[in-house]
Design a protein around this ligand. Structure first.
Ligand code: 5GP
Ligand code: MN
Length: 323
């Protein structure tokens, strides 16, 4: 829960600011971009000058969001009164734009919903029970008594929908649906957003599955898949994606945990982990230098695919026993 004092501090800080920078996490998802652009649009509507930045820019499927065209994919100029980091549970997570932003901003506001948040920054708007960072922004706008325009509602509902996979995660409560209802009434086109973010994927995603699925294993409740750099090259994808594989894997009835081990070019392995309710993989990811939620987490771990599997699978087995 965010305290009233934190809302007040954050509001005063932003309202007194001439220039605000909003950054979000590397390899951004719908909640990352929805939070950044929803908050940016709301602040701009109130006359505040806002810059937005994320390493690598906005993924193509999210470019329908308001202000996506103005997002900077790298920062090498600028100074700001306030930097707001959204949907990033620690400082490294906001990548190079975060490094530059922290060095060139007087105050840092940390707005997030990950239980593993390290509480960095000068003001923390961190709500571990919120289903998305856009829910935290919604609460902030309500606290500020701001009317919600259709573009802002569209961005906020995008994060709510994508982080709950269409209201299907275990943290969804009646209030989640109430917020979605308000956002629809403010003009967010729910059906359209579902189609864009949840019910469509590029062919290359499935092409990647073709190469990855032969590596699939199911061992005592853990279903795993390995994606190599060679696989990514074969489908012409150098971009860091696992094609949404892990979400499909956790649908396996016999699995309590699903994990994708993805080889990165720099001798590290990227982990994407999901679990069924009752098994906490967020803590495991945090212990490996990453973070996330109990049911969805990730980390990047040094080593080869073989070394990282040998290190991580026992930790997941232990999490299963504890769960
Ligand atoms: P995904 O598997 O979709 O990349 O990530 C699942 C969840 O874990 C998301 O909430 C994401 O923000 C978080 N997460 C993934 N990787 C990392 C990481 O390296 N560090 C931190 N702090 N969180 C991560
Ligand atoms: Mn999120």
């Amino acid at each position: 829960m965010t305290s009233k004092l934190a809302w007040q501090q954050a509001t005063q800080t932003v309202m007194a600011a001439g220039r605000v920078l909003i950054v979000t996490h590397v390899k951004p998802d719908g909640d990352a971009i929805g939070s950044m652009l929803g908050l940016a649009a709301a602040l701009r509507e109130r006359g505040i000058e806002v810059d937005t930045a994320v390493d690598g820019g906005v993924p193509r499927y999210l470019t329908y969001l308001p202000g996506a065209g103005e997002v900077r994919s790298a920062l090498d100029t600028g100074n700001w009164d306030v930097m707001i980091s959204v949907d990033a549970s620690d400082e490294p997570r906001s990548g190079l734009v975060g490094v530059y932003g922290r060095e060139h901003s007087a105050v840092v506001i940390n707005l997030d919903h990950h239980p593993t948040n390290t509480m960095f920054g000068d003001v923390q708007l961190v709500a571990g029970e919120a289903v998305s960072s856009t829910e935290v922004i919604y609460d902030w706008l309500v606290h500020m008594q701001c009317a919600i325009s259709a573009p802002v509602a569209t961005a906020l509902l995008t994060g709510l929908l994508t982080d709950t996979i269409g209201f299907r995660t275990s943290n969804v409560v009646p209030r989640t649906l109430e917020i979605a209802s308000v956002l629809m009434q403010c003009g967010a086109p729910m059906y359209d957003l579902i189609q864009r973010t949840l019910v469509s994927r590029p062919y290359s995603d499935l092409d990647l599955w073709r190469y990855a699925l032969p590596t699939m294993r199911l061992n005592s409740g853990i279903v795993s898949v390995v994606v190599s750099q060679a696989n990514l090259r074969e489908v012409g994808l150098d971009e860091s994606t696992d094609g949404g594989l892990v979400s499909a894997l956790i649908e396996v009835d016999e699995a309590q945990i699903a994990i994708v081990f993805k080889e990165e070019p720099d001798n590290t392995v990227r982990l994407s982990i999901r679990s069924k309710p009752g098994v906490d993989v967020g803590t495991v990811a945090f212990s490996l230098g990453g973070g996330g939620h109990a049911q969805a987490a990730g980390a990047t771990v040094p080593g080869t695919l073989e070394e990282v599997q040998a290190r991580v699978l026992p930790l997941l087995r232990a999490a299963l026993t504890q769960g």
